[in-house]
Design a protein around this ligand. Sequence first.
Ligand code: G3D
Ligand code: MG
Length: 174
Amino acid sequence: MKTPTIVKKVCVLGDPAVGKTSLVGRFVNQQFGEEYVSTIGARVCEKRVRPGEEASGPTVQLVIWDIAGQAQFTSVTPGFYRGAEGALIVCDPSRRETLRSLFSWEHRFRETAAARNLIVLFNKTDLEARWEVSRAQAESVAGELDCPCLFTSAKTGENVDEAFNTLAARMLRK
Ligand code: G3D
Ligand code: MG
């Protein structure tokens, strides 16, 4: 029997330069620093994952929307969120203000996409010596947002596949 493929749109959110495009590039191309095709207002790319344990489990086709350019949360249009069932919200703990912005991104996503599957990513673990917040402080912010979190590095690849696979698994469960 052919295993079903389930298509899910996900958004990658967060302030400029936190590493959104690098994380998507790492996940989709298994590389760091590669450019990919740009569309209006967003870069869209796809990757199949199989988040379950069983080989016969469903395949999820992730349609990943990345903000094009340097948009702040106020300039992202509702169309970017439309139909999304999950999001990764990224911050860079070496810039404390990008953690505060998590609340705005989370609020906007939950309001506009009406979806609850969010994971917060604290990115650039390879630069942890320069972080302005500790892991414990970061985890407490994720707790306030009522979101699971992961510590990632687009540069080393740490937890990048886990982030997308965990999100895919959560979207299947809901
Ligand atoms: P954005 O899409 O959120 O705006 P980008 O962010 O993916 O364009 O990344 C912004 C800068 O941070 C880039 O550096 C990129 O290489 C760097 N970066 C992203 N993720 C990581 C990471 O995990 N570790 C390190 N060390 N750097 C990262 P430049 O210099 O090109 O601006
Ligand atoms: Mg980008």
